[in-house]
Design a protein around this ligand. Structure first.
Ligand SMILES: Cc1cc2nc3c(=O)[nH]c(=O)nc-3n(C[C@H](O)[C@H](O)[C@H](O)COP(=O)(O)O)c2cc1C
Length: 341
């Protein structure tokens, strides 16, 4: 295997990025934004806040932090960690938010965007967009119940009703939301259709509270472009942060990525996964993350297929190193076919 430092020197890209102080958040992602991943991301810094994967409000009330798959964190994360809750009623959400506050989280984020049938069937996630009165009642109840900031993550109302979305955002603001994170896609789009940044601009215009823009930020330049085009106060990044956890530091001009970083990061991630989880669960989470990381490379499909074979931690580490024995070519942009989600 060629020495990593040689590879690193050969791949130094050195593209200067303007420094920026805008808020940058890790977007909530079920199955991806867990404590092991956040631990790897935290090494690079550059983010303002990380939002946890969604946690069921009903479960959070009784959840055992030591054994929960989702409601888990490190003490040192708390000043920068917002817990996202998903639930259907003001009572459930307010009670869960009180637990979140008591645990010391920096804030609580309310999920009004998840379109997965299991969630919407229960009247939670994106189902709240079709019931603005209940969405507002939830924010009012949570704001009454806690002193930490309460934010809302939402997407465009059904039928791409941007006007209705703006009306809802104004009502959420009146109810006491501190900011909203807006993902400009309607629920049936999932993530296969490009995010409509012009709808972020419309929501920014209408909103009395800060709007974090979200959707299709793949490169550091995209974050700056989204802010310039939409007027959003800051940017929330999901999939690109999974593929490149250093993207926040890169936006701030604090790091210049090199090829060796991809391997180092994958190895650090495997170590963190196996430290935090029993082996079977660690493997499951590794496989969930794998396509995002492989999307960085031109032959990512084949790489992902090979890396799905090993099951033991040591075999996986060896397989990852083997992929870099002959340095893989980086794709210009993460391959969307691997990660449309
Ligand atoms: C695997 C996956 C899981 C997600 N889980 C959540 C979630 O738990 N809560 C939420 O509000 N959004 C969730 N999202 C949506 C993201 O937060 C984000 O809105 C979306 O990926 C678009 O941003 P991006 O283009 O930067 O990835 C999820 C997205 C993905 C890909």
């Amino acid at each position: 295997m060629r020495s990593l430092s040689v590879v690193r020197a050969a791949m130094e890209i050195g593209r200067p990025m303007p420094h920026t102080t805008m808020p940058l958040h890790l977007a909530p992602m079920a199955g991806l934004g867990h404590v092991a991943f956040r631990q790897v991301l935290a090494r690079f810094g550059g983010y303002s806040l990380m939002v946890t994967e969604m946690a069921s409000a009903r479960a959070v009330i009784h959840e055992n932090r030591a054994t929960s798959r989702v409601f888990r964190w490190e003490e040192r994360e708390l000043p920068y960690l917002v817990c996202q809750l998903v639930g259907a009623t003001p009572q459930d959400m307010a009670a869960a938010a009180q637990r979140v506050e008591a645990e010391g989280f920096a804030g609580v984020d309310l999920n009004m965007g998840c379109a997965v049938a299991d969630i919407t069937r229960r009247g939670a996630g994106a189902a709240l967009l079709a019931d603005p009165d209940r969405a507002v009642a939830i924010v009012e109840a949570v704001v009454r119940a806690v002193r930490i900031p309460v934010s809302v993550k939402l997407r465009t109302l059904p039928g791409r009703d941007v006007e209705g979305t703006c009306r809802l955002v104004r009502r959420l603001a009146e109810a006491g939301a501190a900011w909203v994170t807006f993902h400009p896609r309607v629920a049936p789009d999932r993530r296969t259709r490009p995010a409509r940044w012009e709808d972020i601009a419309a929501v920014v215009q209408a909103s009395p509270i800060p709007v974090m823009g979200n959707g299709d930020v793949w490169h550091p330049e995209d974050a700056l472009r989204m802010r310039a085009q939409t007027g959003c106060v800051g940017v929330s990044i999901g999939r690109a942060a999974v593929a490149k956890p250093w993207i926040f530091a890169q936006i701030r001009g604090q790091i210049t990525p090199h090829l060796g970083l991809y391997l180092e990061t994958a190895l650090a991630f495997v170590a963190a996964l196996w430290e935090w989880n029993p082996p079977a669960q660690a493997l499951q989470l590794f496989r969930k993350w794998l396509p995002y990381w492989c999307a960085n490379f031109t032959y990512g499909h084949a790489m992902a297929k090979r890396l799905r074979q090993p099951t033991a931690q040591s075999a996986l580490e060896a397989a990852l190193r083997e992929e870099f024995a002959f340095p893989p070519a980086l794709a210009q942009s993460p391959n969307p076919l691997l990660i449309v989600g």
